[in-house]
Design a protein around this ligand. Sequence first.
Ligand code: B12
Length: 144
Amino acid sequence: MRVSLIRPCPRLPEKYLKMMGNITPLALLSVGGVLQKSGYRCNLVDAFANRFSIKETVDKIFEFKPDILGISSLTPDYNVVIDIVNEIRKRAKIPIVIGGQHATNMVNQVLNSGLFDYIIKGEGEFTFKSPDFLKVMDAFNKMK
Ligand code: B12
């Protein structure tokens, strides 16, 4: 299974992005590392490091031809995440998992948005590769 992991770039002026510095995407490296060890093929679309626009982010995602997407969201990223997901939905029907602090703390808001197929709360690496989650994924794919 091919998994594209996405770190969004918050919509802030460049001077604020610069102040944040070069932040290593620890969350997605943790998730991707565990998935790769379990046999998944992963790629990381780091829109923050590359200052990708919504279109560039989504183009990069589809270049990898993923079977599933995992997107990380802090609260300041969430408006951009919504735009990324809306753009993805225009182009393809693909399962989308959201994780990270916003999804963990604002689960009802995220669930009610109707934009995501799965929300993983808390530490995501082991949930993502758990047999229960894979079973649900399998059922989802059969419904398509
Ligand atoms: C270290 C840290 C930083 C470092 C970042 C270091 C780095 N290389 O990432 C610095 C100082 C740079 C920083 C900056 C900021 N931070 Co900070 N930071 C933290 C801190 C203390 C730990 C985060 C961390 O690295 N955890 C380790 C990683 C491995 O775990 P994780 O990020 O939680 O990810 C796990 C899960 O969330 C989940 N997950 C995450 N994404 C995904 C995606 C998928 C698909 C799945 C399945 C699972 C999943 O699985 C991951 C692995 O277990 C947390 C507080 C805390 N104790 O968690 C605050 C925290 C994350 N930061 C916060 C904030 C607000 C910020 C800033 C926006 C501050 C600012 N105004 O600039 C910036 C944002 C920078 C950015 N764009 O990422 C808030 C977020 C709140 C929220 N509701 O979103 C937190 C929770 C602090 C708080 N309590 O307010 N931060």
